[in-house]
Ligand binder design. Structure first.
Ligand SMILES: [Fe+2]
Ligand SMILES: [Fe+2]
Length: 284
């Protein structure tokens, strides 16, 4: 079936108010991208913000990193987990804030969405570990942000979004199918625009843009395939709510490229469940 080509300009015009990242996170992203900056520069920006500092230390000391000793300083955290990891961690926690809605009913929906994202993040981490990928932490962030376009639609295009939801309920179709049918584009394209606006690394942009079609992600096809599979596994495990009631189809090219033994699937899913339980405790 031929996919309708969305007009990116149309999307930008409709969502003229894409959320911006907090200044501190932007500054941190800048510093991380600058090869001349030092751990000291980065620590100065972070310690300026008490909330970020507290979060960073909480995350670094959580079971996600499983460090043998307690880390009590920002510089210590930077030295131990590295520049990119710090950027990703802070990005992750700030994104949660950005979309927090005071409306209780909406809040609940968003929490379920985030649980889906968290499930996918954990899945990407576990699959990455199985494949001995060298940047697990980046895969985690990619999983967390893969459906960010859905949150943008929900918050900034509420009328269109309710039409999409109605179509999902009426026809029991995938959200991406409903979006393409009603909007002419999907959360993958919207997420890509947001990721570009935030100057996220090209790899994250590509994963977000192509998580339903990993072989379109060029040199990042492997990482995109990991997130694609994680998305399917976390739905199969009922982690959160991805916005529709169907499990997205597994892309056969992506599956073959990963070379995961069928006998390993059960173990991967069990580990996902364990880690999902742990991580929900500290990230919420
Ligand atoms: Fe998606
Ligand atoms: Fe998803």
């Amino acid at each position: 079936m031929k996919k309708r080509i969305p007009d990116p300009k149309k999307i930008i015009n409709r969502i003229d108010d894409l959320p911006t990242l907090p200044r501190t996170v932007l500054k941190i992203t800048e510093l991380v991208n600058d090869p001349k900056s030092s751990a000291k520069d980065l620590a100065m920006v972070i310690t300026d913000d008490q909330i970020l500092t507290a979060r960073l230390l909480k995350l670094v000391n959580s079971s996600f990193y499983g460090l043998p000793q307690r880390i009590s300083t920002v510089t210590g955290a930077i030295v131990l987990i590295g520049f990119d990891a710090i950027r990703n961690l802070l990005l992750t926690t700030s994104v949660f804030d950005l979309f927090a809605d005071r409306n209780r009913k909406k809040q609940r929906k968003q929490e379920e969405f985030w649980d889906h994202s968290l499930g996918c993040a954990v899945g990407a981490k576990v699959i990455g570990n199985y494949l001995r990928h060298d940047n697990i932490e980046e895969l985690f962030v990619a999983g967390l942000l893969h459906d960010i376009g859905k949150i943008v639609e929900m918050m900034f295009q509420p009328d269109e979004f309710s039409k999409v939801v109605a179509a999902i309920n009426r026809e029991n179709i995938l959200m991406i199918t409903a979006e393409n049918k009603i909007l002419g584009y999907s959360h993958a394209e919207v997420g890509k625009l947001l990721a570009e606006k935030w100057n996220l690394p090209a790899k994250l942009v590509q994963i977000i843009a192509h998580h339903h079609q990993p072989n379109a992600a060029g040199s990042f096809a492997l990482e995109t395939a990991i997130v694609h599979l994680a998305d399917i596994f976390c739905r199969a495990l009922d982690m959160g709510f991805g916005g529709d009631y169907k499990i997205p189809p597994l892309d056969s090219v992506a599956w073959e490229s990963l070379k995961i033994k069928t006998s390993a699937i059960e173990g991967i899913m069990e580990t996902m469940q364990e880690e999902y339980g742990d991580i929900r405790l500290f990230i919420s």
